[in-house]
Ligand binder design. Sequence first.
Ligand SMILES: [Zn+2]
Length: 230
Amino acid sequence: MKYTNKSINSYIGDLEVEFYPWTGKNERDYLSLVEKCNKEDKEATDKDVLETLIFPVVIKPDIKTLNKLSSEQQKLLLIKIREVSISDEITDDVICPECEKEQVIKEKIKDCISYKPKSFKDVVVQDIQITWNTSPHFNNTKKDEVINSIYNEFLCYVQDVKIGEESYNEPSFKDKKEFFDTLPTKIFDEIFNKYTEMKDELEIRTPFKCKNCEHEDTIIYEHIPNFLWI
Ligand SMILES: [Zn+2]
């Protein structure tokens, strides 16, 4: 005996996606994962989230294509599934920076998010030139903690490296890691900052107007507050 859910069609940029809303089982699987992570005093990784909340409900595209989504695109997909499965609103407790009065804000998710697609061009720093792969495969790069995931995602985007007159076309992940691990911080940071400006970006922000003193502000979130079931 099975309940037949209706699937939803949507878009991530120009990629068509089709998925089912989460079921009670998806919810329990995710909560078990969070409980396990809490016990081990760590956070759920992007890979954990992909495997418990995205893979089981997405019909289209296939897993291979899902592994090519950037972290920001995965977040966007997660937001779309959450909107239809749980609620299209977010609520947050905010303390006014002016009068310090606490209040609750309630916003539609679609009014809080904006997505800027990536726009890569070659980067040259001193005698190093980097060209980018705009559609790399990310499997296995998202299993680490956040800082390493961000670095690994960067490494996946690197396609060719030219050092002086020497060209390295499509070096392996291991070779790229060795190269960037051995670069002086100053040069690495300059390359990484340029990459950060060109990569895609999901921004979550909401206007805030205090009900007490009318102070106006914009709240920028790292993550959507009270996003899933917890
Ligand atoms: Zn106020």
